[in-house]
Design a protein around this ligand. Sequence first.
Ligand SMILES: Nc1ncnc2c1ncn2[C@@H]1O[C@H](COP(=O)(O)OP(=O)(O)OP(=O)(O)O)[C@@H](O)[C@H]1O
Ligand SMILES: [Mg+2]
Length: 275
Amino acid sequence: MSSVSQLQSPTQDEIILAVNNVEVVFNDVILVLRGLNLTAERGKITALLGANGAGKSTTLKAIAGLLGSEDGEVSRGDIVYNGMNITEMSPEQRVRNGTFLVMEGRGIVQDMTVIENLRLGAFTQPQKNVAEDMEKVFTYFPRLKERTGLAGYLSGGEQQMLAIGRALMARPDLIMMDEPSMGLSPLLVKEVFGIIKRMNEELGISVLLVEQNANMALRAADYGYIMENGKIVLDGTAEELMNNEDVKEFYLGGGGNERKSFKNIKSFKRRKRWL
Ligand SMILES: Nc1ncnc2c1ncn2[C@@H]1O[C@H](COP(=O)(O)OP(=O)(O)OP(=O)(O)O)[C@@H](O)[C@H]1O
Ligand SMILES: [Mg+2]
């Protein structure tokens, strides 16, 4: 892995999360992450981009400790959060320490109300925080306050907002989001990303944002990583990535639905040092 960034690396204190040389296997055989390295800076938005099947969701599940339920495990490397090695920590303990994953497909409970879903997010919090935090969530998502029915009847955008609101209830220092733009209209994507940016700026929450929508993600992010086949192939500031010719061509261009790979481009040999 090499960086296009010439800027100074963040210090240990500035790093909230470090994924060091992590390998993940499923069912003892399928190697999905192949020595993944990335860091997220405190108070910043870090984007993790890549095509279908690159290993983005697996990365987030490894950080959240949720591989076990799918018979996956971190077979090499470690994950350091706030200076603590959390590689073997239980998922609940990771939430108590301030991480929260907003899952792909949102994972809200369809046959519970908005309020009940929000309460679920507060499972690590003392009762006295709940009412206050709910009001805070409603300042970000005022629309949710008016929805008194079951969460299953919310629109896709509202469900995404509820999933993010539920994460806020855990008072996280680091929110991880798996494709928050999925299934949303362009207008809603813009709204959701605007809220993510506000949460980051107003509450100081660090964000690790997984997206296929590279355009939106890089516009919101400070720093970005691009992954292919379980490895990071390029990283840099959001601005550097947006201006990088290959990123433009393969991730930002309006080139239809076909997802291309760095491997297929002529400049691959020149760029091979990334891999
Ligand atoms: N539970 C599992 N068991 C076996 N293989 C898995 C499992 N989960 C994921 N994989 C494999 O790992 C690879 C990466 O999957 P992952 O879901 O992390 O990719 P992704 O980058 O999130 O893709 P997408 O953009 O489609 O969400 C894929 O080849 C997938 O088939
Ligand atoms: Mg995924």
